[in-house]
Structure formats: C-alpha cells, structure tokens
Ligand binder design. Structure first.
Ligand SMILES: Nc1ncnc2c1ncn2[C@@H]1O[C@H](COP(=O)(O)OP(=O)(O)OP(=O)(O)O)[C@@H](O)[C@H]1O
Length: 632
C-alpha cells in the first residue's frame, strides 16, 4: 500500500472547493459521469482501432444510491486506470485541474455569470463526499485493480485491489452529513435528467416496470405481463447528433418534445446547425409560435458540450434576437470555464454567433422560396424574431429583403421590392418621396384605414412592439421613402400631391371657425387646425404627428426616443377641422351659443371616439348626452 501526500500548494483545497461552489454542489454528478463517459468512449475507440483486446461487452454507466450506508456508486466499464495512472491522473493532473480552477474562480465564484463551472472535474466529488474511493482496473492486459481512498485531506492511500476483476472504474462517494439530499433517488434522477439526458453512453439508474404488449389473440380480460427492465435515463443519440438527411419532420417534432416535455405546442420549423470549421458546432434551433410576445422565459435554448448539458444561459453565444428561439447548441469549442464577460469578447464565440445568424437568414430564404404561402401563414409568429434581427444585426438586415414580409391590412404580403413596385405611383408625393402608410392596430385605426383604402392606398399592418425601431431603420437605409401611420395627419397631408385644394370658406371664415371651435372646447390640449379636406371626409379628425408618437413608442420598447428626451412628454394630438364639411358651415352660422357648444363638443367627442381617446368621465358624459339628444 502507498500512502502519500497530494502535492498541495493551497493548504487545504477541499474546504475551499466546497465554499466557493456552494450553490452548485450538484455538478459533482455531471463531472463524474462525464469522466465515466470519456473513459467509455476512449475504450470504444481503442476497441475500434484494435488496441483494446478484450470484448467491449456491457458499456452502460450505472449510478446506485445506497441510502442506508450513505453512499453513491458510479460504475463504468471504460478504460480504467493502472496504479501509475491513478498516481498521475488523480493525484497530479486532476489535482492541478482543481487548483487551477480555484485560481480562476477565487474572485469570481460568486459571480452568477460563470457559465457551467466546467473544469473542476474529479475533485468536485469532495463537494458532497467526506471520503472518496476509486476502485479501478485498466483495460490493459495483466493489469491489477487498485483502490484509492482520500478523505478530503491532502493525504491519500493507494493499494492493490484484486477483488475487482472487471474492467473499468467504480467511484464510491461517502456522502457528507450536509449533503444527504443526494441520497434521495428522486434528487439523483432529477440531476441525471437535467445534465445527462443526452449523454452519448447509456446511463442506468435502477430499474423500471414495463408492460408487455398483449398477443393479438389474447382474451378480453387478459392481463398484460410486466417485466423489470433497466431504467436508462438518457437518449445517447439525440437528433442533433444525426445527419439532417436521416431525420423526418416527425423526428424533429419528437425531439422538441423530448427537450421540452411540458411544451404542448408544435414548433413552426427548425434549423439544423452543423459546422466543423473554423469551429465545431451542432444543434437544432426551433421557431416556436411567438406572435407579439417578447418575454418568454421558459424553455430556453440549451447549451451542451459534447452532449453534456451546461446551461440555458446562452447570452453572448446566441445573438440576442435569437434568444426567443428554442433548441440546443452543442459545441466543444465554447470556453465554458470562463466568465460571461470574457465569453462575449471571445473570438470563437463571436464567430459562432455570426454563423448562427447567417444560418437563420439562409433558412428564411429557403423557406420563403420553397413555400411562400406556408411562410406567409407563419409570418405573424416569426416576425418578431426577424424584425428584431433586422434592427440588431446588420448582416441579417442586408439579407432581409429576400425574406422579410410587409403585410397589408387586407392580408396581402409583400417583399420590400414588390411593395415599392406596387405602390410607387400612387404613394409618391410631389417631392418624389414614396410614403408608406401603416397601421399598428387594425381595429383602433379602422376609420383611418378605410379612408386610405377609399383613396386607393395600401395600408401596411405593422403591429409588433418593435415596429417603430424597424421603420426607423428602413427609413435611414432605403432611398426616398418614409413611413407614416394612417392617423398621423389627414391623407392629403401625408401624401401631398401637386393638386390644388378647393375651399368653400375664405381665409377669414377659416380663422373664425378655428376661434369658434377653440372657444367651445375648454381646457383642450389639442392643436386645432382648419384644413381643406374633401366634403365627404369626416368633419372633425384627430391626428397624432408621426415623429413624436414614434419616438415615444420607441422609448416604450427600449432605446431610441429616450435620446431626444421625448419619452416623458405628454401625448400630442391635433384636431383637424374639415373646412369643406357641412358641419363646419353649420358651426359658423349657428346663432345659439349653447347649441353651437353642444355641436362642437359632440363632434370633438366623436372624433376622439374614433381614435379610442374618449375614456372615463368624458365617455360617460358623452353617452349620457347622446341619449338625451335622442329623446329630445
Ligand atoms: N472514470 C474514470 N475512468 C478512467 N479515468 C478516469 C476516470 N475519471 C477520471 N479519470 C482520469 O483522471 C483524469 C482527471 O479527471 P478530471 O475529471 O479531474 O479532469 P478531466 O476529465 O481531464 O477534465 P475536466 O476538468 O474537464 O473534467 C482524467 O483525465 C482521466 O484520465
């Protein structure tokens, strides 16, 4: 038997490990299973190339909880270790790994931004165990099994252990009194499902009862037989490790539900990621139904490293606009044992992020080209991701003319160039600028939309929360276009043509009309304007100037308008009086002051009502007075 001292430069590393990683004790299981998996895969490889002579046999990894004796056993049938290898890998390599880890995390361990806490390896066992035993037998011919024991102090013992005759390693954790939660089956099963659900080697945890199918000629009251089978907690061949040509739509959907068992909705479509240069990355991203919901916290993209779950905090690796997607990304190249701020500056990570962006763009182009009608149907659910990508990633934006859709209130969908082609004659104003009219709420802005349509204009329906940012971006990058919401002004002003306007009133009357209206609207904050509209247009019209409203909207969804300090300004509205309406005429010529007041207020309220601006007490009073008018 060898007794020895692990070469320690930190006085006693184990209490430190425990302290630093207090909140993350559970990762011990992931670390030990990763080692067991590595050892098994190594053996498989050696066996494939003819280096390992013995039969491969059973390669399952087994986890056993012995609650009574407060032990957890992890058994693998991998390469195992010789006595020299234990000396080298456990006493020296593993230890230096643990030491290095502490060096890195000394100051940052409490920083929740650390991704994954990888790299601690074997010594993480001491986060939960007061003593750790390794029983191991190398695959090499004629090697004797050995037993290594360490109680968490820098001292260890290493001795021959001929009792172990099978190849591989068994780690026995003597669980510490403050970690007995890990002696509960449900807790271990929970951890195995969280971290090891897609590990490449089958992992057995206990057994489960399976019901056998009844034979076809079974009697009606026949009872199905049951058998006890190994409870394998993982799927060693998850969909993302396969070639896309092997997978059907059904397979992708099944994988989606395997990944998110509580998710009942089907994903809209998926994107299979697969790259091996200049970095390695595989994965599948799913587009869920999102509509206008920006805040989806549940069921996020999961990050794996060689099929080991690491985290679902993928900020920095996945571009922000794709954080709303679901799925998995697996890459051995992501530096997992560093803090997030480092991650964001890391070149490999940046490349991964732009690769994913490119892939998503390419997928959109092909989805659109292959099945335009189907793509249009999905637009409402994917637009938020696409539009967010357009405003946040220049590369994505550059490509977006090939797949970004601009729907109209009539349910037609245009690509940018198609849209401009369609509207350029009618929507171009006297200065040669093409004005795109849009609505953000088809119901609330209905009266304005109808007016625009009567004049033969197309009205876009841009109703996602980031619309103001998107149109800002389009206006600055496309030539000679501008956007205006249908209610930003009356149409003659929104798209000014070189046509003379005809007014029934002379300038003096118009000025008088303005004064009469203002006089009858006490405490009114609206700016009154008299304009020469068509006689068939509404007599009173409320408009909300585009610029101010857009800045305020932008600030509401973050950034933009705040720059100009407009976020906190009150809403600004104009009240447009149609000089050519018969009501204008009537107001001007009514002798009775009370009647004139009622008329003006009633018309003003109707205009407010059509903008959804009549609320509370004003609405109640309006309804009451309307009823009394009916009966008078
Ligand atoms: N179950 C096992 N079977 C065979 N060898 C093992 C086993 N567990 C650990 N080892 C050996 O001990 C070494 C150190 O393990 P440790 O987990 O500390 O670090 P690592 O696996 O090299 O890296 P990581 O820090 O990413 O886990 C391994 O590289 C391996 O050679």
């Amino acid at each position: 038997m060898t007794k020895g001292n692990i070469n320690v430069s930190v006085e006693n590393i184990f209490p430190l490990i425990k302290k630093f990683l207090y909140s993350d004790h559970e990762i011990f299981l992931r670390e030990l299973i990763s080692n067991a998996t590595d050892a098994t895969l190594k053996l498989k490889h050696l066996s494939n190339i003819g280096e390992a002579k013995s039969e491969l046999g059973n390669i399952e990894i087994e986890v056993k909880v012995d609650k009574e004796n407060k032990k957890i056993h992890l058994i693998d049938h991998g390469v195992g270790m010789t006595s020299e290898e234990v000396e080298k890998y456990i006493n020296q390599v593993a230890f230096s790994g643990a030491e290095e880890f502490l060096e890195i995390y000394k100051d940052t361990a409490k920083d929740s931004g650390i991704i994954g806490h990888f790299g601690l390896g074997f010594y993480s066992a001491f986060m939960v165990a007061k003593e750790v035993e390794i029983l191991t037998k190398s695959f090499k011919e004629d090697s004797t099994a050995v037993r290594w024991v360490c109680d968490g102090s820098p001292e260890f013992t290493l001795e021959d252990y001929p009792e172990k005759t099978t190849r591989g390693t068994e780690i026995i954790l003597h669980i510490a009194d403050d970690s007995t939660e890990f002696l509960e089956d449900y807790r271990i099963e929970e951890l195995l499902t969280k971290y090891n659900k897609f590990m490449p080697v089958p992992i057995k945890f206990g057994t489960k009862t399976e019901t056998l199918p009844l034979p076809e000629d079974a009697a009606d009251d026949a009872k199905a037989e049951t058998v006890e089978v190994d409870n394998i907690i993982n799927n060693p061949n998850p969909a993302w490790t396969k070639n896309p040509s092997e997978l059907s739509d059904e397979d992708y959907k099944n994988f989606y539900h395997e990944l998110y068992p509580t998710q009942f909705e089907e994903p809209l479509f998926n994107i299979h990621l697969n790259v091996d240069y200049p970095f390695n990355l595989t994965g599948i991203l799913f587009f869920p139904k999102l509509a206008n919901n920006l805040n989806i916290e549940k069921d996020k993209i999961q990050l794996y490293q060689n099929q080991v779950y690491v985290t679902d905090e993928v900020k920095g690796i996945v571009p922000d606009f794709l954080m709303l997607l679901r799925g998995v990304i697996d890459s051995p190249d992501i530096p997992l044992n560093v803090s997030r701020s480092y991650l964001q500056a890391d070149g490999a990570v940046k490349k991964i992020s732009s690769y994913i962006t490119k892939k998503v763009g390419d997928k959109m182009v092909s989805l659109f080209n292959e099945d335009r009608a189907g793509y249009e149907k999905k637009w409402n659910d994917i637009k938020i991701v696409i539009e967010y990508g357009m405003i946040s990633e220049d590369k994505f934006y550059e490509k977006s003319d090939k797949f970004a859709l601009y729907p109209t209130t009539d349910g037609k969908y245009f690509l940018w160039d198609e849209l401009i082609e369609k509207i350029k004659d009618s929507h171009t104003d006297k200065n040669g600028r093409t004005v795109l009219l849009y609505a953000t709420d088809a119901d609330a802005q209905d009266s304005y939309i109808q007016k625009a349509k009567e004049k033969g204009y197309e009205v876009l329906l841009l109703d996602s929360p980031i619309t103001p940012h998107l149109i800002q971006k389009l206006e600055t990058s496309k030539d000679n276009i501008s956007f205006a919401r249908v209610d930003a002004d009356h149409l003659n002003k929104l798209i000014e043509k070189d046509e003379p306007t005809i007014s029934k009133l002379n300038d003096e009357d118009k000025e008088r009309l303005k004064i009469e209206v203002e006089k009858n609207l006490e405490n009114n904050t609206y700016v009154v304007q008299v304009e020469d509209l068509d006689s068939s247009d509404a007599p009173f019209l409320i408009t909300q100037p585009e610029f101010m409203r857009r800045m305020k909207d932008m600030q509401a969804t973050g950034g933009g308008g705040g720059m100009f300090g407009m976020g906190n300004m009150p809403e600004m509205y104009n009240l447009v009086i149609n000089s050519n309406s018969s009501l204008a005429d009537k107001i001007l010529h009514l002798e009775d002051a009370d009647k004139q007041k009622t008329l003006v207020q009633q018309a003003f309220n109707l205009a407010k009502l059509s903008q959804n601006l009549l609320k509370g007490k004003d609405l109640t009073a309006f309804i009451e007075s309307s009823y009394s008018n009916l009966s008078s």
